[in-house]
Design a binder for this molecule. Structure first.
Ligand SMILES: Nc1ncnc2c1ncn2[C@@H]1O[C@H](COP(=O)(O)OP(=O)(O)OP(=O)(O)O)[C@@H](O)[C@H]1O
Length: 226
């Protein structure tokens, strides 16, 4: 099967002041369509950096990443933004919901950027909020929802535009065990029923159980992949 994500010798060095940190030291990784992959490893090993580079939020200093049929080095910043908007869904630890918008408006936000009509946004927002178990909560603002519910809104937002890939960075970090299970179950369902490729960076052993392939990073390099 062709890889939907291909990382070729990806390197990322951060410079802060006189200190250089080699966050990624040559990572090569292929992920096929429909895989559910975990990225784990000690704090600072480069998980977030790798997810950000795969998702086009950051650029490598060396190597390249292909997402579907596009090599990211060849894309301008606006082409990269289009790729993120149309093909990739992000779920972050801190939910990143917009506090003044309702759940439905948060979910519809990217569709608004894509120029979808109000009616279409409302319909799709209701549909995805229903699918993540939040029927009837469309009009609540983030502050009126529990942490687990907010993270479900974040997942609904990530999947609203039917992305090929969902990248999740510590999505269970702020959730209790019941909410974590519900969220992971949701990601599994998305993966199994809709074939969405999922890459999840996490320290949470439970999150790792849900993945079918486990990539472990140590010091910016792949230590194991099984
Ligand atoms: N913007 C930045 N400027 C300088 N150094 C950075 C920056 N972002 C990350 N780093 C450094 O790069 C290394 C990798 O960081 P990264 O956040 O990718 O690790 P991580 O595995 O996700 O860690 P954690 O599990 O703690 O979230 C760390 O040493 C970190 O301090």
């Amino acid at each position: 099967m062709t890889a939907v994500i291909e990382c070729k010798d990806v390197k990322r060095t951060y410079v802060s002041g006189k200190i250089e940190v080699q966050a990624l030291q040559g990572v090569s990784l292929n992920v096929s369509a429909g895989e559910f992959v975990s990225l784990s490893g000690p704090s600072g090993c480069g998980k977030t950096t790798l997810l950000n580079i795969i998702g086009g939020l950051d650029r490598p200093n060396g190597g390249d990443v292909r997402v579907e049929d596009q090599w990211l080095n060849e894309l301008s910043n606006s082409q990269l933004a289009d790729l993120r908007m149309n093909r990739i869904g992000f779920v972050f630890q801190a939910y990143n919901l917009i506090p003044v918008l309702s759940a439905a408006e948060n979910v519809g936000f990217i569709m608004q950027l894509q120029g979808k009509s109000t009616g279409e946004r409302r319909r799709r927002a209701k549909q995805v909020l229903d699918s993540v178990g939040l029927s009837g909560m469309e009009n609540r603002r983030p502050a009126e929802l529990s942490g687990g519910q907010q993270q479900r809104v974040a997942v609904a937002r990530a999947i609203a535009s039917s992305p090929a890939i969902v990248l999740a960075d510590e999505p269970t970090a702020n959730l209790d065990s019941k909410a974590s299970d519900a969220l992971l179950q949701l990601l599994r369902q998305l993966n199994e029923e809709e074939g969405v490729t999922i890459v999840i960076a996490s320290h949470d052993p439970k999150a790792l159980e849900y993945a079918r392939r486990h990539v472990r990073l140590v010091d910016g390099q792949i230590h194991s992949d099984a």
